[in-house]
Design a protein around this ligand. Structure first.
Ligand SMILES: Cc1ncc(COP(=O)(O)O)c(C=O)c1O
Length: 354
C-alpha cells in the first residue's frame, strides 16, 4: 500500500513520475539503453538537459529575461558558498530566518563581511523578520523563502536595490510570485522537483563577473553556463526525474494550478491545528508556511495513541525536526489533498477520544 508521505525531504514525487523514471532506468524511450548507462554527451541526454532547463525558466515565467537555469551538484548547501564566491566583493546582507539561513551566513562569512539585516533566532525562528532596510552599497541581499524546519514562509519580498538571492529549496514551483524580482534563485531538487543529487540554480547573467577573486571552475556560475550545465558529468538521473516532474507540473496547468491545491491542503491542516484544543501551531499565524506545517501535541500522554493511529493509517514522516519537536506536515506539490484529510481526521478522532 502506498503510504501518505509527509516527509520533509527527500519527499513525495508524483506516482506517474516515479513510474516513468523507473522505466527509463531500464530502457530510455525504447532505445535499448538505460538512462544511467548512456553518455551525458549523447543527443538523448543533451535534449533532456535542455528540456529541463527551459521548462524551469518557462514555469517561473523567466524565459527571455536574461536568466539561465543550471542543474548543479553539491546540494543547496554548496550554493551557500558558491553565491558568496561569485557575488561577494565586500559585504552582503542576509536575513537569518532559520537553520539553513544561519548556515548560509556562516559559509559566506568565510569570505567577507556579512550583516544580518534581520533575525528571528531569539524566538527559535517562529516568525519571519520584517521591517529592515537593504543598504544600496551592499553586493547582494540573501533570503530564504521557506524555512523547512520551522514552518515559516516569506509572504512578501522586498524591492531590493541590489541583487536579490533566494534559497527556495522548500517552496520552489509551489506558488506564484514575480520571480523576476530575484537575481539568483537556488533550490535543492529533493522537495518539489526530484530526487536528491541536483540543485536548480536560476541566475540572471548580468550579475555575474563582477568580483575580483579567482573562482575555482566548479564554483563558477559562468563556467557552468558556458558549458550548458555540463561542465562535468551531470547527475543524469536527478536531472531526468526533475524534468519529468516539471512536465507533470506544466501538464497540470503550471504553478498557478498547483498553488490552489497547496492552499487547500494548508487551509485544511491549519484549521484543524487551530480548532483542535489538543494541538498548537509553532509558527506565528501570519508567517505560516503552506509547505511545512509545524505543530505540537499539548498533552504528552496522548502521544503514543496519536502515533499509533498515524502508523495504522499509513502516515509517514510526520515527526518534527529535533530543533522544534512535535510534528511537521510537509505538504509538497505531489502530496494529495486526501493525505491531509487522513491526518486531519486522525487529529479530530484523537480529540473525541481524549
Ligand atoms: C531551505 C533549505 N535550504 C537548504 C537546505 C540544504 O539542502 P541540501 O541538503 O541539498 O544541501 C535545505 C534542506 O532541507 C533546506 O530546506
Amino acid at each position: 500500500m502506498k503510504k501518505h508521505n509527509f516527509s520533509a525531504g527527500p519527499s513525495i514525487l508524483p506516482q506517474s513520475v516515479l513510474l516513468k523514471a523507473s522505466e527509463a532506468v531500464m530502457d530510455l524511450d525504447n532505445s535499448g539503453l538505460s538512462l544511467i548507462e548512456i553518455s551525458h554527451r549523447s543527443k538523448a541526454f543533451v535534449d533532456i538537459m535542455e528540456n529541463a532547463r527551459s521548462l524551469a525558466l518557462e514555469l517561473l515565467g523567466l524565459e527571455g529575461k536574461g536568466y539561465k537555469a543550471l542543474f548543479l551538484q553539491g546540494g543547496a548547501s554548496t550554493q551557500f558558498l558558491m553565491v558568496a564566491l561569485n557575488l561577494l566583493e565586500k559585504r552582503a546582507g542576509y536575513i537569518n530566518s532559520g537553520t539553513w539561513a544561519d548556515k548560509a551566513i556562516k559559509e559566506a562569512k568565510i569570505y567577507d563581511d556579512i550583516y544580518e539585516l534581520g533575525s528571528s533566532k531569539e524566538a527559535n525562528y517562529n516568525y519571519i523578520p520584517k521591517g529592515y532596510d537593504i543598504p544600496e552599497d551592499y553586493d547582494y541581499f540573501h533570503c530564504t523563502s521557506n524555512n523547512t524546519i520551522f514552518g515559516t514562509q516569506m509572504k512578501e519580498f522586498p524591492n531590493s536595490p541590489i541583487p536579490m538571492v533566494c534559497d527556495m529549496s522548500s517552496d520552489i514551483f509551489s506558488r506564484t510570485l514575480d520571480f523576476s524580482k530575484f537575481d539568483l534563485i537556488y533550490a535543492g531538487a529533493q522537495k518539489n522537483m526530484g530526487p536528491a543529487g541536483t540543485t536548480l540554480v536560476i541566475v540572471k547573467e548580468d550579475i555575474l563577473g563582477k568580483v575580483s577573486r579567482k573562482i575555482p571552475s566548479m564554483m563558477d556560475y559562468k563556467k557552468h553556463i558556458g558549458s550548458g550545465s555540463m561542465f562535468n558529468t551531470p547527475p543524469v538521473f536527478p536531472v531526468y526525474t526533475s524534468m519529468l516532474t516539471l512536465e507533470w507540473l506544466k501538464g497540470l496547468g503550471g504553478i498557478a494550478a498547483i498553488e490552489k491545491e497547496n492552499e487547500k491542503k494548508a487551509r485544511l491542516m491549519y484549521s484543524e491545528i487551530d480548532l483542535n484544543p489538543l494541538f498548537k501551531g509553532f509558527a506565528v499565524k501570519e508567517d505560516r508556511s503552506n509547505m511545512n506545517a509545524t505543530f505540537t501535541l499539548e498533552n504528552e500522554n496522548l502521544k503514543d495513541t496519536f502515533e499509533t493511529m498515524l502508523k495504522e493509517a499509513g502516515v509517514e514522516g510526520l515527526n518534527g525536526h529535533r530543533s522544534v519537536g512535535g510534528y511537521r506536515a510537509s505538504m509538497y506539490n505531489a502530496l494529495p489533498l486526501d493525505s491531509v484529510k487522513v491526518v486531519v481526521e486522525i487529529m479530530s478522532e484523537l480529540e473525541s477520544k481524549a
